[in-house]
Design a protein around this ligand. Structure first.
Ligand code: ATP
Ligand code: MG
Length: 424
């Protein structure tokens, strides 16, 4: 017998019992985003490989080893997007959206990285991305933090998330710091792993982002970027933290936070939980003014974040925050030849009069008893029962499934009035 074909490792199905949880979170996300006046942008999943190399940085985990890159039939090098910031900016530049304009955008969808699959780390995963353009901050930096915090509040998980902040300063400040960092790591180069050895010359800041537990102590004692910031970067950062203090939003300053991508400057942040083991960063982002120029645009301002939906859902599940809502309000039981003939029309009549009612009609026959069991299992509040008698008298029986109340025979109109509670 032929072997069953399976999904690709690290790429998961969302089955019908979980999709309502996703829909619930997606709904809350959309409500929060519109409360701040953000608009959706829909972007392609495949982009030219060059876009990611130029934006994320050649010497990053993503570009060095995680991208799904392939030659298409024309021989062009294409890549399944590993993140959305580059594509979003590419689209805005391409359509001239950045010229003297301010934008608050979001996108939602799958990203692809060839990582080692483990809990909270997949090869296909879903991100919500938020990107804003044209605002120098720090007011907009604060806004996107408040927006994400409001989302945690709405979802009831604020207490499980810690906000970590850092400032990466300007390119010039980082260059100065880079020298100090190279000096420090060179004097300890015997303790560096192979990746970090290689990055020492090409991209030493990346060493700070290493996940290798063996070099964490070395990283902890490294010079701190905070100590090399200029006046303007310092003022930007303290303005942000002052507002957070005023609003009573707690945070910790993490001077080692550099993020896994090269394009950040000034504010960077992560929302981190201790509930999910090693993969504890649920949402991460910051300011990346320089990227616009790097991709060919005029100097401008940008700040944004990306949120990992699988990690967010795992956190909600860990806190028992996901309730299973029944997908059906009413289950229509159909017994007898005349009833089977009439049932489709009657079901449509109910749907016409009650557009929001979730009515599932039994298909495929079977005894009353077996259909009744299915009605009960569906989670429906009521069973509508259509037998030949009901059809002959132009009536329908209504049986409450979750209370002890009796079954009642009524006209269609009476049943529709009774079901009005499910909305019209
Ligand atoms: P990590 O340090 O966990 O590898 P990252 O710095 O690579 O994360 P970003 O590129 O900033 O992550 O992506 C933003 C968010 O997207 C992460 O905080 C996480 O929630 C989620 N994410 C990133 N990679 C994965 C993955 N392979 N599987 C599931 N979620 C992911
Ligand atoms: Mg990563």
């Amino acid at each position: 017998m032929a072997k069953n074909i399976q999904a690709i490792r690290g790429m998961h199905d969302v089955l019908p019992h979980s999709s309502p949880h996703w829909q619930y979170v997606e709904q809350v996300i959309k409500e929060v985003l519109s409360a701040y006046g953000y608009s959706e942008i829909r972007l392609p999943i495949v982009e030219n490989t060059e876009l990611f190399k130029r934006s994320i940085g050649e010497v990053t985990d993503i570009v060095e080893k995680e991208m799904y890159t392939f030659a298409d039939r024309n021989g062009d090098s294409l890549t399944l997007r590993p993140e959305g910031t580059a594509g979003c900016l590419r689209a805005c530049l391409e359509h001239g959206l950045l010229h003297n304009q301010v934008h608050r955008l979001w996108y939602y969808g799958p990203m692809f990285r060839h990582e080692r699959p483990q809990k909270g780390r997949y090869r296909q995963f879903v991100q919500l991305g938020v990107e804003t353009y044209g605002m120098p901050g720090p007011d907009i930096d604060t806004e996107i933090l408040l927006l994400s915090e409001r989302l945690w509040q709405r979802l009831g998980i604020r207490e499980h998330l810690e906000l970590q902040l850092n400032s990466l300063g300007t390119t010039e400040e980082r260059l100065l710091y880079r020298e100090k960092l190279v000096e420090y790591f060179t004097s300890h180069s015997d303790q560096l792993d192979e990746d970090s050895q290689r990055r020492l010359m090409s991209n030493p800041l990346r060493i700070l982002d290493s996940k290798n537990p063996q070099i964490q102590q070395l990283i902890a004692n490294a010079p701190m970027l905070m100590d090399y910031l200029g006046e303007e970067s310092k003022a930007h950062f303290s303005d942000l933290t002052d507002t957070l203090d005023e609003l009573n939003i707690s945070y910790t300053i993490n001077p080692r936070l550099v993020r896994g991508l090269d394009y950040y400057s000034k504010t960077v942040f992560e929302w981190v939980t201790d509930q999910l083991g090693a993969q504890g960063t649920v949402c991460a982002g910051g300011r990346y003014d320089g990227l616009i120029n790097q991709l060919g645009g005029k100097p401008n301002y940008a700040v944004g974040f990306a949120m990992g939906m699988e990690r967010l859902l795992a956190l909600l599940e860990a806190g028992n925050r996901l309730v299973n809502q029944p997908t059906v309000d009413v289950y229509l039981i159909v017994v007898g030849d005349r009833a089977e003939k009439a049932s489709i029309l009657i079901a449509e009549k109910f749907r016409n009069d009650l557009p929001k009612l979730k009515l599932q009609m039994h298909c495929g026959g079977g005894s009353f008893k077996s259909q009744f069991k299915k009605a009960d299992k569906s989670g429906a509040e009521f069973a509508l029962i259509l037998g030949d008698d009901e059809v002959d008298n132009d009536k329908i029986s209504v049986k409450p499934l979750r209370t002890k109340n009796d079954q009642q025979l009524m006209t269609h109109q009476e049943a529709i009035s009774l079901l009005q509670q499910f909305g019209d």
